[in-house]
Design a protein around this ligand. Structure first.
Ligand SMILES: Cc1cc2nc3c(=O)[nH]c(=O)nc-3n(C[C@H](O)[C@H](O)[C@H](O)COP(=O)(O)OP(=O)(O)OC[C@H]3O[C@@H](n4cnc5c(N)ncnc54)[C@H](O)[C@@H]3O)c2cc1C
Length: 381
């Protein structure tokens, strides 16, 4: 068992950190406060391969293994979790299912625009009556002569306001719950429109929105997989997506740990740095331990995937633990900052807001526990 990063992973971390600190660092607080999508940085990221992180090199992707992918997301999230959210959803729940379930024609037609970042990807499962219960989707895709006619409303779509291609989960044969299918919808199709951008508590740099589909006609060639395979494809994509969300959470925890440590050394009370007080040291000890444990769980899940082994249970464990750790580490970082921790002048309040949602999307912590328990119970005793 090897606990030290190999040269490849060091290089990946160094490159991602340099980019994140150089390009995203100066704007991270502003894009959060203004709830602004940073197109200028996103275009550079497209040119540098951030939108095809795990796509094969022969297709113009970066060809990263899963640990390198997690390191890259972690480093972006350490600086701007809102941007990391954009990159994660695009790579793991839009591009990944296309490359893994798409046929040759679909990949040839749609992958390049995603890999280069010319089209930003979205994954649209959630509806007003279908959240944790993914099988309750009410959007319909009715077979017609020249394709499928989609009708429905998707909510809380990450990248919704800027997406060029959206994977829409819809029922092809209602009310059969197994009839869900994934339809890939380009933004220019008539009947596809974007709702108001959500006024979110955290991840404010991401234009999360509703998407409306009103008699939106897509050709049969835009169905990913076969009718009835939608939930299977969605759940497989979410297994990979959870590695990305865990990496976002880890990046936030790391940033909060660093900020808390810095402030504890600088801030003087009772004529001493607050870092000299045992209670503050206990906070830092807990923050460092949780961040390290989160990292180990995440990299273990990634290593399982890279070895071609089942990794769904491990990915859910990583997502469950990393997200709780991020929330708690960010909470303690705010506490260490005292009143300043509650001010927008300091980054820690942003980390706290950003951390919380990692316990909610791509399966809440309650849903992760259901997945983990299923895995545990299915093991031979
Ligand atoms: C910023 C943001 C971005 C998002 N991006 C996307 C996206 O890109 N695509 C997308 O499809 N969705 C997205 N979502 C939606 C997100 O995935 C859902 O909010 C999440 O899955 C929970 O669904 P819900 O909000 O309907 O909560 P509900 O399912 O109504 O759950 C409410 C509460 O009940 C609990 N609960 C539900 N069922 C059970 C059960 N069986 N046992 C125990 N507890 C249960 C939940 O854990 C939760 O605590 C996003 C959400 C946010 C906030």
């Amino acid at each position: 068992m090897e606990f030290n990063p190999c040269m490849k992973h060091k290089v990946v971390r160094g490159a991602a950190r340099e980019f994140a600190e150089g390009e995203l660092g100066p704007i991270a607080a502003e894009i959060d406060h203004q709830a602004r999508f940073p197109w200028e940085a996103i275009e550079k990221m497209g040119a540098l391969g951030y939108f095809g992180l795990q796509a094969p090199r022969r297709m113009g992707g970066a060809g990263l293994d899963s640990i390198s992918y997690a390191i890259t997301i972690e480093e972006i999230a350490r600086v701007s979790a809102g941007v990391a959210l954009c990159v994660t959803v695009h790579n793991s729940v839009c591009l990944y299912p296309l490359l893994n379930y798409g046929d040759k024609e679909q990949i040839a037609r749609l992958a390049e625009d995603l890999i280069t970042g010319r089209r930003i990807g979205a994954f649209c499962l959630t509806e007003a009556n279908a959240g944790s219960d993914a099988g309750a989707v009410e959007t319909t895709a009715t077979a017609v002569e020249d394709g499928y006619l989609i009708n429905g409303t998707k909510i809380f779509v990450t990248n919704g306001g800027v997406c060029g291609l959206a994977h829409i989960f819809a029922k092809t044969d209602p009310p059969d719950p197994r009839s869900a299918a994934v339809l890939m919808v380009e933004k220019e199709r008539p009947g596809f429109s974007v709702g108001e951008i959500e006024d979110l508590s955290g991840m404010r740099a991401n234009p999360v929105s509703s998407l409306f589909l009103e008699d939106c006609l897509v050709p049969r060639e835009n169905m990913l997989g076969k009718p009835g395979q939608g939930l299977k494809i969605g759940l497989a994509a979410l297994d990979v997506g959870r590695l990305g969300v865990a990496a976002q959470a880890l990046g936030i925890a790391q940033a909060a740990l660093e900020a808390g440590t810095r402030y504890a050394k600088e801030r003087q009370q009772f004529n001493k740095p607050i870092a000299s007080f045992q209670t503050i040291q206990n906070y830092l000890a807990d923050m460092a331990t949780q961040t390290d444990a989160a990292r180990l769980l995440l990299y273990r899940a990634c290593a399982q995937k890279d070895a071609g082994k089942p990794f769904a249970t491990e990915a859910s464990m990583a997502k469950l633990y990393c997200s709780a750790a991020a929330r708690e580490v960010a909470n303690l970082a705010v506490q260490i900052h005292g009143g300043c921790g509650y001010s927008r002048e300091y980054d820690v309040e942003r980390y706290y807001r950003d951390a919380k949602v990692t316990e909610i999307y791509e399966g809440t912590s309650e849903v992760q526990r259901m997945v983990i328990a299923r895995g545990v119970l299915s093991r031979p005793s």
